[in-house]
Structure formats: C-alpha cells, structure tokens
Design a protein around this ligand. Structure first.
Ligand SMILES: [Zn+2]
Length: 153
C-alpha cells in the first residue's frame, strides 16, 4: 500500500511496524535481553510498538502537527485496530490527499523510529517541530508539483 509513496528505507520500517516486527524493548525483553522497558520518548510508559507510534505524547504531537498541515486532522486513532482502519481509510484511492497521507504515514513512522534510536544510541534528540519539518520537506520533494501549491508548512 505504501510502496510507491514512501522512500525504500521508510517503506521497510513501516512494513516492519505493520507486522509488529520492530525490535521495541517489550520484544527485546521477551527475547531475554536486559534493557530498560521505559519509552525513551516520554519516559512514562513501557515501550511497545503501539505506544511508540500511537499513544506516546511525542507521536500524538507529531501526527497532529502533520495532519493539521495537510488539513486532514480528524480524531487520531488510540489503539492498534483503530490505527490500521484509519490508515487504510486515508490511504485509499488515487486522490492527492491519499497520496500525501501515504507519504506522511510512512515518513512519520520512520522518523519516530529514527528519533527513538538516536535518543537511545547517540543521546541526541530533536523537537516535534523539527521532526515535523523534516517530514514535510521529504513529503513535498516526493510529491508532484501540483501538490506544492496546496501545502505550505
Ligand atoms: Zn512514550
């Protein structure tokens, strides 16, 4: 579904995410690895893929910022089933809004994962606004010129 819209590296991450195969700390501890279970993005909850991408404050603020940008801000999903339904609904069809949604969706998941890894492994962090800007730039670059007129970040 996201293959043509997303960059290959973002497509790989979203594929792993949708199949719940990203090595989040809840999975690592199940494999017997000793790691902190706490989400590095908010320091509040246990890190699961559902938390990281859907319920974490960082993710909620990032989704809100980007969806407001493309005028698609409706109720954000709050659990895995809603998230799957929501993404399929918005990515359906060949409209400009479906196209931009697919790019944002894949890039958003990708950047959340990269941001999470940077915070864990190199102790570097960015703000929601700066991650949102990077996603917006990539989304614009990957869109047809006609889309540029519709969205300014
Ligand atoms: Zn969190």
């Amino acid at each position: 579904m996201f293959k043509n819209a997303a960059r290959p590296k973002a497509y790989l991450i979203i594929w792993l995410m949708l199949h719940k195969k990203l090595p989040t700390t809840d999975r690592l501890t199940k494999w017997g690895m000793v790691v902190s279970k706490r989400c590095v993005m908010c320091q509040n909850e246990e890190e699961t893929i559902e938390h990281l991408v859907i319920n974490c404050h960082f993710a909620i603020r990032l989704w809100s910022r980007l969806l407001k940008w493309v005028h698609q801000l409706d109720m954000l999903p709050t659990n895995w089933e809603q998230f799957m339904h929501w993404s399929i609904q918005h990515a359906k069809g060949k409209t400009i809004s479906a196209h931009i949604f697919k790019i944002i969706m894949a890039e958003c998941v990708y950047e959340i994962w990269i941001e999470r890894n940077n915070r864990i492994f190199v102790q570097k962090s960015r703000t929601v606004e700066s991650v949102a800007k990077e996603i917006a730039y990539v989304s614009i670059i990957r869109s047809q010129p006609s889309i540029l007129d519709e969205y300014t970040f």
